[in-house]
Write a protein that binds this ligand. Structure first.
Ligand SMILES: Nc1ncnc2c1ncn2[C@@H]1O[C@H](COP(=O)(O)OP(=O)(O)O)[C@@H](O)[C@H]1O
Ligand SMILES: [Mg+2]
Length: 289
């Protein structure tokens, strides 16, 4: 059996540490895993029994191309997660859908491009500390934290994103993250596996991330009962058990709120949880049968 770990060319060595760990655990199970660059036209995706999306972090400005790639791969191999799931999870409009089902979600407003009279300052979080980010984003890129008095900086960033044809998400800045951090709950084959704490990534007055992603401060964390419950509700909302899923939660005023449901290319923090890489490798092997 041979599988591809889909990645992008900017990743040094094409795989990060957890990609190499997974490669190792798969090899121990008789599965040859190799990195393959998603937009490399020379890759024969049909030669793989399964294609696992892992570190394709350069797609946000080429979203349509990325989704077309996923559709094409799915026609010739087994793609995880499936193309329809990748389409859903890579566009944070899904936060509005989740909020509509009653799940606690970080309050979110979307500004759509294409309308000349969209006022970039006319969103509900003007006047409070807030975050402006593209709906299609990864690695905190193009994500700006703006103070209550920074409406000019905020509006300029909204305008720049809209002018680039990118829908914009605006959220209040949930400041408890500065102390408590973010909780990422990882599920493998639909079942919660482990969790980590991620330190706050956006500095007050900070600019935009350069490079592929913002450096992250990660440590193991036992999720609270409330976090476990919200993550379980999100997993229930997903129609089928995903090979892998990561649910990111921020501390809100009344409990955890969903920041992100990462079903495309999440770091799964396998090296922070004993047994996690083996659980994922086992789940991959089950899908190969
Ligand atoms: N509303 C918010 N309140 C506090 N921090 C936020 C908020 N939105 C984003 N952040 C910070 O920015 C980071 C990146 O934002 P996120 O929504 O996870 O997008 P990405 O898809 O780029 O990971 C988060 O990990 C968090 O540290
Ligand atoms: Mg994130």
């Amino acid at each position: 059996m041979r599988i591809a770990l889909a990645t992008c060319r900017e990743v040094p060595g094409l795989l990060d540490d957890e990609g190499r760990l997974l490669e190792d655990r798969l090899r121990a199970r008789g599965v040859e895993a190799e990195p393959a660059v998603w937009d490399d036209a020379d890759v024969a995706w049909s030669a793989f029994d399964l294609v696992l999306v892992r570190s394709t972090w350069d797609y946000p400005t080429r979203h349509r191309e990325f989704l077309a790639w996923a559709d094409a791969v799915e026609r010739v191999s087994a793609l995880h997660n499936p193309a329809s799931v990748l389409a859903w999870t890579t566009d944070k409009h899904y936060l509005l859908e989740l909020a509509g089902t009653g799940l606690p979600v970080v309050p979110s407003a979307v500004l759509e491009p294409g309308s000349d009279d969209t006022d970039p300052a006319a969103h509900p979080y003007v006047g409070v500390e807030h975050v402006v980010k593209p709906c299609v984003s990864a690695g905190s890129k193009d994500t700006l934290r703006c103070g209550p008095g920074e409406s000019g900086r905020s509006a300029a960033h909204v305008r720049a994103l809209l002018d680039a044809g990118r829908p914009v998400l605006v959220q209040p800045y949930l400041a408890a993250v500065d102390e408590v951090g973010e909780t990422a709950v990882v599920a493998i084959d639909g079942a919660p596996s482990h969790a980590v704490r991620k330190g706050a990534l956006l500095a007050s007055g900070g600019g935009l991330v350069e490079g592929l992603f913002a450096p992250e401060d990660i440590s193991a964390r036992e999720p609270s009962p409330a976090e476990t419950a919200v993550a379980a509700h999100v997993l229930e909302h997903l129609a089928t058990p995903m090979l892998y899923a990561r649910i990111d939660l921020l501390p809100g005023p009344e409990g955890p709120q969903v920041l992100e449901v990462e079903l495309a290319e999440p770091s799964l923090f396998l090296e922070h949880a004993p047994g996690a890489a083996d659980r994922l490798a086992d789940a991959v092997v089950r899908r190969l049968r």
